[in-house]
Design a protein around this ligand. Structure first.
Ligand SMILES: C[S@@+](CC[C@H](N)C(=O)[O-])C[C@H]1O[C@@H](n2cnc3c(N)ncnc32)[C@H](O)[C@@H]1O
Length: 289
């Protein structure tokens, strides 16, 4: 009895893993999106959740639909991405950018910032506000990228539930904001809309960190809470991409739960603030001048 009881769930789990493997292959072969190097546990959670929300009885049923219904693709990509964010998330990171990174960026006549994995755009608007307050925004170009088209459209609209505003205002002040966050949005019913003038120097673009190449020549790359979803080799590949995008002496800012420590590409970076995951590309590295 016990043997049978133990055996059934084990077989179920293995079957699910086979189905997920086939789903990932189908997505890659049919549409070119490669999730094979994402961290398996969180990927599995999201695929199962997706099957549930799409009313598919099994992951195999979802795979069959995905193969035959191209219209499902954007919904599937949105379901596999986790576009969770907030304005001035980890305020001390933004405070440090403002106090220690911006003064260096100020020495460049033109500043390029690549915000990879921008989700719904909260960090893009946060950066734009801080750059505006530092008097640097006029000569800054922000490239905000993500592979999730739905998230990118949302980011461009800059509309968020007003219930978020209280936390974001606190974050903004903790990040050293010099006004009131309310100066940068208009409130209507249950929503706030960020001042669209903040978008004037932002280019939103679809870019996949797994399959696409260097995106721009950057003085600062901000990629927070994206690498946590990747396996170690994929994290290393992505870090090499950032290194190759950065000018010599450029800055890299990762999420506070992410690390460079294990990655061969990390040798090129020195910590500006290791706890806040802000690094600088060293003088000996192979980045651009
Ligand atoms: C948790 S959000 C991070 C948002 C924001 N950077 C932050 O820290 O608040 C992760 C984002 O990474 C994006 N992402 C995941 N894999 C990606 C890939 N291969 N290429 C580009 N973006 C990716 C997801 O679509 C999602 O919007």
């Amino acid at each position: 009895m016990n043997e049978l009881h133990d055996a059934v769930p084990a077989r179920d789990v293995a079957l699910e893993d086979i189905e997920i493997d086939l789903f990932v292959r189908a997505l890659k072969l049919r549409y070119g999106y490669d999730f094979s190097q994402y961290a398996p546990a969180s990927l599995k959670r999201r695929v199962l959740q997706l099957a549930h929300t799409q009313d598919a009885a099994t992951v195999s049923a979802l795979t069959a639909r995905l193969l035959h219904e191209p219209d499902l693709l954007q919904g599937v990509l949105a379901g596999l991405s986790v576009p969770v964010s907030e304005m001035f998330r980890d305020p001390e990171v933004f405070r440090t950018l403002r106090e220690r990174v911006f003064p260096v960026l100020a020495s460049y006549p033109q500043i390029n910032i690549w915000q990879a994995g921008c989700a719904h755009g909260q960090e893009v608007y946060s950066l734009a506000i801080l750059l505006e307050e530092a008097g640097l925004y006029e000569r800054t170009q922000i490239y905000a990228t993500d592979f999730n088209e739905k998230a990118l459209s949302h980011a461009q609209e800059g509309i968020y539930p007003s219930k978020e505003a209280r936390l974001w205002s606190r974050n903004y002040l903790a990040a050293g904001g010099s006004h009131s966050l309310a100066d940068y949005y208009s409130a209507r019913y249950e929503y706030i809309k960020l001042d669209q003038r903040l978008r004037r120097n932002v280019i939103f673009a679809n870019h996949n960190l797994v399959t696409d190449d260097v995106f721009c020549e950057a003085h600062l790359v901000l990629c927070r809470n994206v690498l946590i979803y990747f396996s170690d080799p994929l994290q290393d590949r992505t870090l090499a991409l950032f290194r190759d995008s950065l000018v010599r002496g450029g800055f890299l800012c990762l999420g506070t739960r992410e690390s460079l420590d294990f990655a061969p590409s990390a040798v090129d970076f020195t910590p500006l603030d290791a706890a806040l995951r802000i690094y600088r590309l060293g003088a000996r590295a192979s980045g651009r001048d």
